[in-house]
Design a protein around this ligand. Sequence first.
Ligand code: 2NL
Length: 348
Amino acid sequence: MALKERLQELRDRGLADISRSENLTRINEIRVQLLGKKGPITEALRGLRELSAEERPQVGSFANQIRDELATAIEERRNELEAASRAAQLNAEAIDVTLPGTPVAQGQPHVIQRIIDQLEDMFIGMGYQVVDGPEVEDDHHNFEMMNLPKDHPARDMQDTFYLTPELLMRTHTSPNQARAMENHDFNKGPLKMVSPGRVYRRDTDDATHSHQFHQVEGLVVDKHVTMGDLKGTLELVAANLFGDEFDVRLRPSYFPFTEPSVEADITCFNCMGKGCAVCKYTGWIEVLGAGMVHPNVLQMAGVDPSIYGGFAFGLGPDRFAMLKYGVTDIRNFYLNDTRFLTQFYQRG
Ligand code: 2NL
């Protein structure tokens, strides 16, 4: 067969093979087979020697043209196959962003923190400031300024974690309030504050005692503050935390830092005042202590008790949470057992 026909046939077969090739391996094979050193084109070019001088350039250029044509066809087919393979890979690895995700377990504030937050929100709404402070306190702010001199029975070593003779773990949040009174400029208006936080007592833990618990104290100091203001405020606390139908009653009591001192009861949540075992048939449950700030406390904080007076209260969010949710062992709040804590999670 003439060289030219042979080249033509090589081209037709080559182009057919190229367009039929299904993958990159095959197209590489075809390239090596057709255009390689031992391939038929190279072989055919060697046959040029046998042609006449007239025919040689003509057939030679035809051979080159066919070689270029095949090389171009191979390149195009390779690009096609590469694009198809990339498209197939992208398709296989595609992520459907509209599929629902795997839910991530999400935490919520501790039930005691939630009660503290709720109280803070309510008091902020009434113009109070929230004041934080250190858990390690000095004797002066924790006791002395609260009208608890060194020989006072409430300072019994049994009840306090002392770090040094002068430093201790605060037994209440009152030292924050003592500092606030010291720093407050009463010409600019009344002092209205709440101080929430952890407090410590040297107690043996049991169902109703924890050596570390929480306190939210409130303090209002101004001219003409009355016990009626205190009672009204406590009624709002009860309504906010428990509900509108809860009433407050005050009973005489004693605290070194208030005079007079009261204990506040709220309507028994179990019998709504009718009398039951929970309230020992009184219809009332004791929830907090309060009173009118003792003149000595004002005096020691640099506030003139002949001009200013105030009320103060201290409540335990731990106890509130126990009453509200019927928890009978305070230690549950401090075990970090999520099976217990998630019971109090709010929806939404
Ligand atoms: C309770 C109830 C109470 C206070 C805390 C207080 C603070 C200042 C002045 C006067 Cl700065 N009082 N706080 C008052 C009454 C009761 O806590 O059961 N405590 C053991």
